[in-house]
Design a protein around this ligand. Structure first.
Ligand code: GLU
Length: 304
């Protein structure tokens, strides 16, 4: 199992959503935004804010001192947080949410360092101050809120199951008796399948792509995690993989931030609330093509 962190500082442009015309400043109400520089990143959707100040945010103070943003993301979840191994390009809904937040703080693509962090290490990386915020299929839970705060939610999905395309005997979490189910260390779906259902056995890896390899090799019978994640894998290999049954939990994705940085949480929540068409444009670009349905949830201050 891979335990290492992968640190990759890149300055590669995101998909440019040029078909979209509306512009939203990174910071709502910001004046005199730049033209986004020449990074080509989603310029049609937002502009990089200027003259940002965020009083009382230790995270923003650190960002200002270093003159750059360090964000934690995933790199193996197509449509959400993905890194092209050949080009180093980062794409996905979560990655663009991270970029949008960075722009609202006054930082463009060139000034973002991405750190790939697996599910099990997220809280600790935030507690240690190694990243400024985390955007990566990160469910808001009370247990995690003991260690960190969340902005959001910015997306809702639910736990589901993925099986081989020719599997006919698993149609929901009650069909797992005697079956081997793969999930990820430190994730809510692994915990729930163990606590509330009765699989024959569970195996855990650091990443979902490792589970996908096991499923394709036939060494596990099913993978469990959020449907939004599973749909991304199915979209890549529809002949090999399929989703089985209906979602059986509600997962509310939040942006992880250091505990007590209320100013940053409120800034991000305001961005989400006042973001106009940005959310829908990102959803249509990254998630709708995989057949995922949804609409922007209202932010919830109790997520903090
Ligand atoms: N949303 C779930 C969680 O936060 C599963 C996805 C993940 O592991 O990132 O645990």
């Amino acid at each position: 199992m891979r335990k290492s962190r992968i640190m990759t500082g890149i300055g590669i442009s995101a998909v440019a959503l040029l078909a979209l015309t509306g512009c939203n400043s990174g910071t709502p109400g910001a004046t005199d935004p730049t033209d986004g520089g020449d990074t080509g990143q989603s310029e049609a959707l937002w502009e990089v804010s200027t003259d940002v100040s965020l009083e009382g945010s230790p995270t923003f103070d650190a960002i200002t001192a270093r003159d750059g943003v360090v964000v934690g993301v995933k790199n193996d979840q197509p449509g959400l947080g993905y890194e092209d191994a050949a080009t180093g390009e980062r794409t996905g809904f979560d990655v663009d949410i991270a970029r949008w937040i960075a722009a609202s703080l006054g930082y463009d693509e060139e000034q973002i360092e991405y750190v790939t962090i697996p599910s099990a290490n997220r809280e600790q990386e935030l507690v240690n101050g190694n990243i400024d915020y985390y955007v990566g299929t990160y469910s808001i839970t009370d247990t995690r809120k003991e260690l960190i705060d969340f902005a959001g939610p910015y997306f809702l999905t639910g736990q589901g199951l993925m099986v081989a395309a020719d599997n006919t005997d698993i149609n929901g979490p009650d069909d797992l008796e005697g079956k081997i189910v793969c999930s990820v260390t430190g994730s809510t779906p692994l915990q729930r399948i163990r606590d509330e259902y009765n699989p024959g056995d569970t195996v855990e890896y650091d990443t979902y792509s490792q589970c996908v390899e096991q499923l394709k090799a036939g060494s596990v019978d099913a993978i469990t995690t959020d449907e939004a994640i599973l749909a991304g894998y199915v979209a890549q290999e529809p002949d090999a993989l399929k989703i089985a049954g209906e979602p059986f939990s509600e997962e509310r994705y939040g942006v992880g931030v250091a505990k007590g940085d209320t100013a940053l949480v409120e800034h991000i929540n305001t961005l989400f609330t006042d973001g106009g068409d940005v959310w829908t444009a990102l959803f249509d670009e990254h998630l709708a093509p995989a057949g995922i349905e949804g609409s922007q949830p209202e932010v919830d201050d109790t997520a903090m």
